[in-house]
Design a binder for this molecule. Structure first.
Ligand SMILES: NC(=O)c1ccc[n+]([C@@H]2O[C@H](COP(=O)([O-])OP(=O)(O)OC[C@H]3O[C@@H](n4cnc5c(N)ncnc54)[C@H](O)[C@@H]3O)[C@@H](O)[C@H]2O)c1
Length: 255
């Protein structure tokens, strides 16, 4: 799979979880890949993985505008100009599921990571894509942003809804300049973090019922998500824009 040779990709929040699998898949497909992540520990572990060989890492807190600007300046100094941007960083940050228990701070933190970080990265990267007449922006939405969530709160659902609707608008705005913008909306992907959250917030019986509601009868893997991102990033997807792709084994359709 070398369909991305000659392309350069930036993936946010990608030293672990879905982002790391996405970065590894884009690299395997031939792209030069740079990763932004806050965790020095996750970066050290990720750097040591064979699948991440050759990937460039920048440590950055994506909720901090100055930090983002400094990291992007370092990447530009290293000669990296991006054809592909994957806004993967996000999550519910272990904030409460119950709406009345969510504080202003819970809303701000989740909005900052899921929405504002993506806005800042797109704003910084898009001018280069416009100049080259080519770009692929892929945002991580969620089943939560499409249908509501079984285990996270309204802050996360609203943040993913914002990411998804922004995707539609950017597809319209930048389509004439050769840039596509799509979103992937995964169902629960059983990373160790999500496994812990599900065990905390659902009984074994509830978990079994959820599994039964998924037509393909399994949860997704990070590779399932990475494969969908790689398709949107490829030249084969050049006529596809403004799409919100469910990667959830048919779960949304069934609920
Ligand atoms: N895991 C799922 O089941 C699932 C389902 C639907 C959508 N998503 C979405 O997919 C994306 C990735 O999810 P995940 O579960 O792999 O995430 P995760 O919580 O495992 O985090 C992945 C990486 O993001 C980094 N990160 C966290 N905060 C950061 C910050 N402020 N600055 C820079 N890096 C930061 C972490 O260090 C980590 O390496 C998110 O947008 C999430 O909302 C995940």
């Amino acid at each position: 799979m070398l369909g991305l040779q000659g392309k350069t990709a930036l993936v946010s929040g990608a030293a672990d979880g879905l982002g790391e699998a996405i970065a590894a898949r884009l690299a395997a497909d031939g792209a030069r890949v740079a990763v932004l992540d806050r965790s020095a520990e996750a970066i050290a572990l990720s750097k040591a993985r064979p699948a991440m060989e050759g990937v460039h890492f920048e440590q950055v807190d994506l909720t901090d505008a100055d930090d983002i600007a400094a990291a992007l300046a370092r990447l530009a100094d290293a000669g990296l100009a991006f054809d592909i941007l994957v806004n993967n960083a996000g999550g519910s940050l272990h904030t409460p599921r119950a709406f009345v228990e969510e504080t202003d701070e819970d809303w701000e933190r989740v909005m900052n990571l899921n929405v504002t970080a993506a806005v800042r990265l797109i704003r910084a990267i898009v001018p280069g894509m416009v100049a080259s007449g080519y770009g692929r922006i892929i945002n991580l939405g969620s089943k939560a942003g499409r249908y509501g969530s079984l285990f996270t709160g309204a802050n996360y659902v609203a943040a993913k809804g914002a990411v998804q609707s922004m995707t539609l608008q950017l597809a319209q705005e930048f389509g004439p300049q050769g840039i596509t913008c799509n979103a992937i909306c995964p169902g629960a992907i059983l990373t160790p973090r999500v496994e812990r959250l599900l065990n905390e917030r659902q009984t074994p019986e509830e978990r079994a019922r959820v599994l039964e509601s998924i037509p393909v009868r399994r949860h997704g893997t990070v590779e399932d998500v990475a494969a969908a991102v790689a398709f949107f990033a490829s030249d084969d997807a050049g006529f596809i824009t403004g799409q919100l792709l469910d990667v959830n084994g048919g779960q949304g359709m069934a609920s």
